[in-house]
Write a protein that binds this ligand. Structure first.
Ligand code: SF4
Length: 181
């Protein structure tokens, strides 16, 4: 007799490199990727990161859904806290930013009837507890901490192996300015 089949997972993916450290940990599940990244400063950068996600999805033969880019809505969501993010990605602006993408992912998860998680937790620059607090607002959220067991190192190895573009800033214009790029 086989064990209980694991539920499929809607995985919010912020970029190819972060996703490359998460997908190897989910080989026992059907994963659907959800690229929801209206926090990215420009459409050009949004598309550049999406292209890397497409490469990753093709490699893992994983379904990929995309959320339309709406940076104006993101800016409205974080307004008054524009300058309240610290570098690296911690602070009240970043908490709102996580909440924005997770809320949109939660909506999609509800439509699909899937639990969901996020690749955001693989980054050592982001506080997984803060991400989990935001995710816990939604009943379908699964608190998976991808940075455990050297998840970030895995993401560096895998993204290098697959030749993925690794961006030098988190995503928004504020992180771009702080990076000095
Ligand atoms: S630094 Fe990153 S996490 Fe923070 S608000 Fe900008 S895009 Fe979002």
């Amino acid at each position: 007799m086989g064990g209980e089949e694991k539920k499929p997972l809607l995985l919010h993916i912020c970029c190819g490199p972060c996703g490359s450290g998460c997908l190897p940990r989910l080989t026992d599940r059907r994963v659907v990727l959800y690229y929801s990244n209206s926090n990215i400063a420009t459409r050009e950068e949004y598309e550049k990161r999406l292209e890397q996600v497409r490469i990753l999805a093709a490699y893992w033969q994983t379904e990929l859904l995309t959320d339309p880019y709406d940076h104006d809505a993101w800016l409205r969501h974080i307004q008054t806290l524009e300058n309240a993010g610290s570098f690296p990605e911690k602070g009240p602006r970043c908490t709102l930013c996580f909440g924005f993408s997770l809320q949109r992912t939660a909506l999609m998860a509800e439509q699909m009837g899937f639990p969901f998680a996020t690749t955001l937790t693989v980054s050592p620059h982001k506080n997984s507890c803060v991400i989990f607090d935001e995710g816990a607002k939604y009943p379908l959220f699964e608190a998976i901490d991808f940075k455990k067991k050297d998840g970030f190192l895995l993401s560096i190895r895998e993204s290098t192996r697959l030749g993925l573009y690794r961006q030098r800033f988190c995503g928004c214009e504020f992180s771009l300015a702080a990076s000095g790029s």
